[in-house]
Design a binder for this molecule. Structure first.
Ligand code: CA
Length: 227
């Protein structure tokens, strides 16, 4: 395979379908292997085959153990780092979370980018994602430091351009529609193809040299990184 790839595994437990699906899609687009559950009743069996490198746990879960109980279970095992998702008014939850050894917390409503930044910090602290990178020909995309390098030299990208490239590079050979890119990278439901086109063409100018195409236009679909 032309693309080097290591996927840190994230356990996500969140009962809110919209939040869970949005976060899971964004994590996948950023090169994580995601196990998304709507409650904690099957956490132990879900982790048996391949344990998570980090857990993102909603505190308030109506069914089964709450986020704190799941964290306690994970910590008594292999000491999986935990990030809690807490409600804005629940300061007590945050304090209790830290008492229980939470590595971080994110207050709802949060942006995907904020959660991604916290995850990277927690994983780096745990020494887990250090080698987490994608490769597109001579470009190395460091998903932890969010940097792109060519022959060791930094290719300066905006955060949006980085997110687009990371998403496309995570699925070599599989095209992304503009609509999917908008949903994954911007978190937008509203269809605004022009927004994608502007950023993709700016990204191309920065990463493509001597007319050497890295991102192809999949006609009628969107964009694709060749495998
Ligand atoms: Ca909840």
């Amino acid at each position: 395979m032309a693309s080097g790839f290591e996927h840190p595994r994230v356990l996500l437990v969140e009962d809110d379908d919209t939040v869970r699906e949005g976060v899971a899609a964004a994590l996948t687009a950023n090169g994580y292997d995601v196990v998304a559950l709507s409650d904690g009743t099957r956490v132990v069996e879900a982790m048996r085959l391949r344990p998570a490198d980090v857990a993102v746990l909603d505190v308030g879960l109506p069914v089964g153990p709450d986020g704190f109980a799941i964290a306690a279970r994970l910590r008594s095992g292999r000491g999986t780092p935990v990030i809690f998702l807490t409600a804005a008014d629940a300061e007590e939850d945050r304090l209790r979370g830290f008492d229980l050894g939470a590595d971080d917390y994110v207050v709802k409503p949060f942006s995907v980018r904020e959660l991604m930044a916290r995850l990277q910090v927690v994983l780096r602290r745990a020494g887990i994602a250090a080698g987490s990178s994608l490769r597109v020909r001579d470009l190395v995309i460091d998903l932890v430091d969010r940097e792109v390098r060519r022959n060791g030299a930094l290719v300066p990208l905006t955060p949006l351009e980085f997110d687009i490239l990371a998403a496309l590079a995570s699925t070599p050979g599989r095209p992304w529609s503009k609509r999917d890119l908008l949903a994954h990278v911007w978190g937008l439901e509203r269809y605004a193809p022009h927004l994608v086109e502007v950023h993709v063409s700016s990204l191309r100018r920065k990463i493509e040299q001597n007319g050497n195409r890295l991102l192809s236009t999949a006609r009628g679909i969107g964009y694709v990184v060749s495998p």
